[in-house]
Design a binder for this molecule. Structure first.
Ligand SMILES: [Zn+2]
Length: 155
């Protein structure tokens, strides 16, 4: 199995884990552990609790984990797909009614406005009405430079 397939598997396993978490019963059939030694199971459950940040929950005499928890744990073992998904969510820009991103200084979203549309005779200005910062650019139209800015001039 190649890396992309592993990521695909992890993706579906992650979806399934969420789905399973809504089930009334999350018991795992004991037969899945038939090839495992007691030591291996303990190690797995211990690792799970460390991953889950509740190591105090680990009890070497209680090795049952709910199915969705095992799935979710395995997703992280397979790949770091979770952090990739998270990044993707964060990547989605939040835009206001004018199609503009929030202010990089104060975080204001609603009050970011186009002050002046850019043409070949005048510069484009996008301004945050909350903190007063603005971005002046030579773009024709408006919004692109603001939304793709790296640095913003403080006005
Ligand atoms: Zn601002």
């Amino acid at each position: 199995m190649n890396e992309k397939e592993r990521k695909l598997l992890a993706y579906f396993l992650d979806l399934a884990s969420e789905e399973f978490s809504y089930h009334g019963c999350n018991d795992v059939c004991d037969s899945v552990w038939k090839d495992w030694t007691l030591e291996e199971r303990r190690q797995f459950v211990k690792e799970y609790h460390e991953w889950n940040r509740d190591p105090e929950e680990y009890d070497e005499n209680f090795l049952h984990l709910p199915d969705f928890a095992i799935m979710s744990f395995l997703v992280d073992k397979l790949t770091d797909i979770k952090s990739i998904r998270k990044e993707k969510l964060e990547e989605l820009p939040q835009l206001n009614e004018h199609g503009l991103k929030s202010c990089p200084f104060c975080g204001e979203l609603e009050w970011v406005k186009v002050v002046r549309e850019g043409t070949n005779r005048q510069s484009c200005q996008v301004r945050c009405e909350n903190c007063g910062c603005f971005l002046e650019s030579n773009e024709i139209g408006s919004g692109w430079a603001w939304n793709n800015r790296k640095n913003v001039q403080n006005g």
